[in-house]
Design a protein around this ligand. Structure first.
Ligand code: PLP
Length: 443
């Protein structure tokens, strides 16, 4: 792209708008497939929406999909289970193959169900089996709090002291992100005590993409089970969970998968674990073979697929949005999205470099594109994140999100974000944070 050839000539944010518009013409993305919220401030009618790492935008196809499901219910009542346009009994199966393609899994290894933390718990029922000296759960110090609460409560559930059981891996002093080497060093030293290694594939705070295959290989070689929280990775970066030999993974669909607030999550269980009768699992009627479900027997007959981790009959109205979203990913393809993501993110990075050079701001996301998805996190000074984000929105129509105390996250999502959105974010940041001696303070 033009901006790459021109990188050396420096980028002046004040005059980069025309360049952003030219880049959008050459590399337009798929914004027309989405509803973009109107701006709540500034001079542009639409928001510069850079918060798809938190909640993705609504695809235009979603409303009709939901209405069709509602109509089936109105028209058919209970008969919709078998007679709906997309019959409800096997509905979840429609999501399995596209979800598997998205994360590089086999269909048998994948199921869409429940919410993320619920799924992590259900997976830990099977895969966190403390025994002897191997009792510890390893997460990153900047793990999302829900994961932290989940693993601590799992330790308690097994009668263990969470403070002694949960290890929080910290970046080396003076660095913002956890290096692969830090994880590997820990495993080399203390891997024999680890029952479960469960990290975020892309860190929610820093946007760092972990080396999932290398860490998985090292964790498994150390005798631990290796699971991944892919909330910020699914739909953001290419994944190959089967080939990487990951034991299990879970993700949500409301961020990069644009399936709506609280949308259903996805689960991956490697095929080496499927059908293993020795693995504990919590069960319900959706854990049993579909063909025997209505035989009403007291014993379940779980299939040798990830479907065996299901418990309840699924919420059909929550499945339509996931289906339409996965269809988009299938039709455009993750490789093409990743390429556009690399271009957009680099553009935003160049602009942010200009803005942060003479302001009390710092990009904390890794510089190497191979170590990040599309999110760039900016440290803005303790206590400033929420206020700054509010001003970006109300004064400039730029939607980013704050993580207290000091991080503002910007995610140019390749499906719908534009080069002009990135320019607006950088220009708004430049206009909001003073260059002068008020270091650390948004003006
Ligand atoms: C990394 C990560 N893990 C877990 C969660 C919690 O997700 P849920 O509320 O769907 O369980 C989130 C939510 O944003 C997240 O970002």
């Amino acid at each position: 792209m033009a901006f790459v050839a021109g990188e050396a000539d420096g980028l002046d944010v004040a005059t980069a708008e025309a360049r952003a518009l030219r880049l959008d013409e050459a590399d337009p993305g798929h914004r027309h497939l989405f509803h973009v919220p109107p701006a709540d401030g500034g001079e542009h009618p639409e928001s510069a929406y850079l918060a798809g790492n938190s909640l993705g935008l609504q695809p235009r196809a979603t409303r009709d999909e939901l209405l069709a499901d509602l109509d089936d219910w109105r028209r058919l009542g209970v008969e919709g289970h078998v007679e709906a346009g997309r019959p409800w009994l096997p509905y979840h199966e429609l999501l399995t193959a596209p979800a598997a393609r998205l994360v590089g899994a086999r269909p048998a290894e994948t199921v869409v169900m429940n919410s993320l933390t619920v799924n992590l718990h259900l997976l830990m029922v099977s895969f966190y089996r403390p025994a002897g000296e191997r009792t510890r759960i390893v997460i990153e110090d900047t793990a999302f709090p829900s994961d932290s609460y989940a693993v601590r409560s799992q330790a308690r559930f097994h009668g263990l002291d969470p403070d002694a059981t949960v290890v929080r891996l910290k970046p080396r002093p003076g660095t913002d992100t956890l290096g692969t080497e830090d994880v590997l060093d820990f495993l080399a030293r203390e891997g024999h005590t680890v029952a479960l290694l469960m990290l975020g594939g892309v860190n929610y705070l820093t946007g760092e993409l972990m080396d999932i295959p290398a860490i998985t290989a090292a964790g498994r070689a150390a005798g631990a089970v290796v699971g991944w929280d892919l909330a910020h990775a699914a739909g953001n970066v290419p994944l190959a969970l089967h080939d990487w030999d990951v034991d299990f993974a879970a993700w949500c669909s409301y961020k990069y998968l644009n399936s709506g607030p609280g949308a259903l999550g996805g689960v991956f269980v490697h095929e080496r674990h499927l059908g293993n009768p020795d693995l504990p699992r919590f069960e319900g009627w959706w854990s049993t073979e579909a063909a025997t479900r209505f035989e009403m027997t007291p014993e379940s007959r779980p299939p040798a697929t990830a479907d065996a981790w299901q418990i309840s009959n699924p919420p059909i109205f929550a499945m339509g949005p996931v289906r339409t979203s996965l269809e988009l990913f299938d039709s455009i393809g993750m490789p093409a999205l990743r390429e556009r993501s690399l271009r957009l993110t680099r553009w935003l990075e160049l602009l942010l470099d200009e803005v942060t050079a003479d302001r009390p701001l710092q990009v904390v996301t890794p510089r190497d594109p191979a170590r990040r998805g599309c999110q760039l996190s900016v440290r803005v000074g303790a206590g400033n994140a929420a206020e700054l984000t509010k001003r970006l929105r109300h004064e400039h129509g730029v939607i980013a999100d704050a993580r207290e105390p000091d991080i503002v996250r910007f995610a140019p999502v390749p499906l719908y974000s534009t080069y002009h959105d990135c320019w607006r974010a950088a220009a708004a940041l430049a206009a909001t944070v003073a260059q002068s001696s008020t270091k650390g303070q948004p003006r």
